[in-house]
Ligand binder design. Structure first.
Ligand code: ATP
Length: 222
């Protein structure tokens, strides 16, 4: 059965979620207070409606509790985002994801019932910062406040060595969870596997340990 999504707020972030979900064939109800925005998404989403999400009766009329997942993508108007989240939570919506503009906003929506909070600007800033530290750092994904996953190119210091030789776990406290070459991903790399140029390691660890691993093994003079 197709999953049902509702996206509230069709700015750049909500709009892009709406486009991607629709492109993947999902049922999406697009909601915005602005008529222009709703018109823009009429031919993208399964349904697009003009509504103020801070009005509980309107959300009920839209049958918001029937959706599997509701995404609150109201950014600038933090008050409207908070109020919408409280209403969704009180109505018992299955899964609520909220876009937060800052840590304060994130803290509040977490407390009042959001199941998942995203900070697209902050997260993208962090990812880009990591990738500009070195051409060898391809991606960076935060798992929690102090743990992350990084995708790093096998550096010259690693080529021709095995995971045992490098002993990344003992030396840096990080775990190599997969080795990628193009689209092939080996999710349980053997300890004696010799690393090749062009391969990419997917490494999990605490931010402190990852920083040390990157500094000592990954970052080269680009
Ligand atoms: P982005 O960076 O994604 O564009 P933003 O922070 O600029 O986000 P906002 O302009 O704050 O986003 O809001 C996104 C959308 O949410 C806008 O299209 C706005 O009309 C809509 N919106 C704001 N308040 C409400 C509300 N109470 N009910 C429904 N939609 C709303």
């Amino acid at each position: 059965m197709k999953r049902e999504f509702a996206v509230i707020g069709l700015g750049r972030f909500g709009g892009s979620i709406c486009y991607e979900l629709s492109k993947e064939g999902m049922n999406v109800l697009a909601i915005d207070i602005s008529e222009d925005k709703v018109n823009e998404f009429k031919n993208v989403a399964s349904h697009a409606v003009i509504a103020d999400s801070t009005d509980e009766a309107t959300l009920k009329e839209l049958g918001i509790t029937n959706f599997d997942h509701v995404i609150v993508a109201i950014g600038d108007n933090i008050q409207a985002s908070i109020l919408t989240t409280v209403i969704l939570s009180e109505l018992g919506v299955n899964k609520i994801t909220v876009k937060a503009n800052n840590d304060y906003h994130a803290k509040i929506v977490n407390k009042i019932g959001a199941h998942h909070v995203v900070h697209p600007e902050r997260d993208m800033g962090r990812r880009i910062a990591h990738s500009i530290i070195s051409n060898n750092i391809l991606d960076y994904l935060e798992l929690s406040e102090d743990h992350s996953i990084v995708e790093v190119k096998v550096s010259h210091k690693m080529i021709g060595k095995s995971l045992v030789d490098l002993d990344i776990r003992a030396n840096y406290g990080c775990n190599v969870v997969a080795i990628r070459q193009g689209n092939d991903i080996n999710v349980s790399p053997r300890a004696d596997e010799v690393l090749q140029e062009q391969e990419v390691l997917i490494v999990i660890g605490s931010d402190k340990d990852i920083a040390r691993f990157e500094k000592e093994l990954v970052i080269e003079d680009d």
